[in-house]
Design a binder for this molecule. Structure first.
Ligand SMILES: Nc1ncnc2c1ncn2[C@@H]1O[C@H](COP(=O)(O)OP(=O)(O)OP(=O)(O)O)[C@@H](O)[C@H]1O
Ligand SMILES: [Mg+2]
Length: 469
């Protein structure tokens, strides 16, 4: 009897074992052993407890030293893991100048941050904070560079591996930014002469504890509407309804990214479809806010013609865009300078989109990245399309405060991870999707999750008859 594939496993976390590989990037000061040493350490998930630990204001010196100790322990480990992930790319992909540039940025960030001695006073903390802020800014714009790199190397890597690499990179980037920006914001808050001691201060570092989704949606819809006017010389109107006074604890920059990407899609689809069917005017875009238990739902409803059944499976793929396929004869033309939105070059497109809901446009990164952001704190993003009519996009964001539940870190192999992600789309238990082998899930789900993986495994394992002798 042969088993069709190896048994997937889920187990409470043990050390990540990174496969040693040949060094490909020559750097005079590169210390491979050091990077592996850091990369082999365990990641500590970003917990709600950690993020909201310093709720009580004013912040004390001890709070800041405690916060910096967490960043100092955590960030070099996460950065080293990213550096190693670049090593595992196929050789030819690693030599692409865009990908190599991002690799350099990650290595530099690792190199600078790991070198700090343990921080015991506020001067050293401030030096670290400044370095951290600089590194966070340096890494802020890596996504378009990576997108360009993978467009150029599409043919050298299977789609699944490419997707897995980009997912891991973006997911880890979110984690790095959450930790980094949270400490930087706390450090500024601590030094701010206006730092109020009042209990009603809504900011805890980078988290806004009274974020009003309706107000945010209003603001970004107006922004995207202007952008649409500039681009197409016309734009649909929009309106908000539902629980417009609802608030959540969330990181505004995450909300902004997701909202802008979804709104850009809705506005663009509406204008395109109006031209296609020759409508006399654009139907408005409806934005509905709903209140749930510990989360807020946002539905964006457009009449932009929807997504066809054939295209639906692709819309969450990186680098898949109907805009591209319309302007590019075939996939092979998707290289540097390929035509994208409205026939502009990729670089022009990126330059134009800098700062508006993230720097990506026409690259097919909007939806997959928005879904990663939404899922980071246990939320979700789903699309229902009515072909020939329009789309309903459902965004569910779990309040960071509301997600204060006991979690457990698990290590799982790629097969098990796939099963868990599917399961998670039905019943939410993933608190943080850390990387390709680690998930942080609600503790109460651990047994159920193991049972579900076993069950799924049993149903997909089949016996192969031995040939008759
Ligand atoms: N509301 C929508 N209506 C119709 N089609 C949509 C809608 N949202 C997404 N799509 C389809 O999904 C594809 C992928 O969307 P995604 O946001 O990931 O990429 P993009 O909009 O093409 O480029 P980018 O967002 O990177 O600027 C789009 O090209 C479009 O075909
Ligand atoms: Mg988009």
């Amino acid at each position: 009897m042969l088993l069709a594939r190896a048994r997937p496993c889920v187990r409470p976390c043990v050390r990540l074992s990174s496969r040693p590989c040949a060094r490909r990037y020559s750097r005079a000061h590169y210390d491979e052993q050091l990077v592996y040493k850091f990369a082999s350490q365990k990641i500590n998930p970003v917990t709600v407890g950690q993020l909201l630990k310093y709720r009580r204001l004013p912040l004390s010196r001890e709070n800041i030293l405690d916060s910096v100790a967490y960043s100092q322990a955590e960030l070099p480990v996460r950065l080293a893991k990213r550096v190693i992930s670049f090593h595992n790319l196929p050789f030819i992909v690693g030599t692409n100048p865009h990908i190599a540039r991002v690799y350099e940025l990650y290595y530099d960030a690792f190199d600078r941050l790991h070198a700090f001695a343990p921080i015991a006073d506020l001067d050293a903390e401030w030096d670290f904070t400044c370095a951290l802020e600089r590194q966070t800014q340096m890494l802020a714009d890596v996504i378009p560079v990576i997108a360009q790199g993978f467009l150029e190397c599409k043919q050298y890597m299977p789609r699944e591996s490419r997707t897995a690499f980009i997912n891991d990179l973006i997911r880890s980037r979110i984690g790095l930014r959450v930790i980094g920006e949270q400490h930087v914001a706390l450090s500024y808050q601590f030094r701010s002469t206006h730092s109020p001691a009042a209990d009603d201060e809504p900011w805890v570092g980078a988290i806004h504890t009274k974020l009003r989704p309706a107000r945010m949606m209003e603001q970004y819809a107006s922004l995207v509407q202007n952008m649409c006017e500039m681009h197409y010389a016309t734009a649909p109107s929009y309106y908000l309804d539902g629980d417009v006074d609802e608030t959540i604890s969330y990181i505004p920059s995450h909300f902004e990214y997701i909202a802008c990407e979804l709104l850009k899609n809705a506005f663009r689809a509406t204008v395109d479809f109006t031209a296609k069917i020759n409508r006399s005017s654009h139907p408005p875009i409806q934005i509905t806010i709903t209140k749930g238990d510990g989360y807020v739902g946002v539905r964006i409803r457009d009449q932009g013609g929807g997504i066809s059944k054939e295209n639906m499976p692709n819309v969450f793929e990186y680098s898949w865009s109907s805009v591209m396929s319309a302007s590019s004869a075939d996939d092979s033309s998707l290289s540097a300078g390929a035509s994208t939105m409205a026939g502009m070059s990729l670089q022009t497109n990126l330059a134009l989109q800098q700062g508006v809901g993230g720097p990506i446009a026409g690259l097919g990164f909007g939806l997959p990245m928005a879904r990663l952001y939404a899922g980071y704190f246990g939320g979700s993003l789903d699309i229902v399309s009515m072909e020939g009519f329009g789309c309903d996009v459902f965004l569910k964001l779990r309040s960071i405060e509301g997600s204060a539940i006991r979690g457990v870190l698990i290590e799982c192999d790629p097969d098990a991870r796939e099963i868990l992600l599917q399961l998670n789309s039905k019943e939410k238990f993933i608190i943080e999707d850390l990387d390709s082998t680690h998930l942080f899930i609600t503790a109460s789900h651990l047994k159920r999750v193991q049972a579900a993986v076993d069950k799924e495994f049993e149903s997909t394992v089949y016996e192969v008859d031995q040939p008759a002798k």
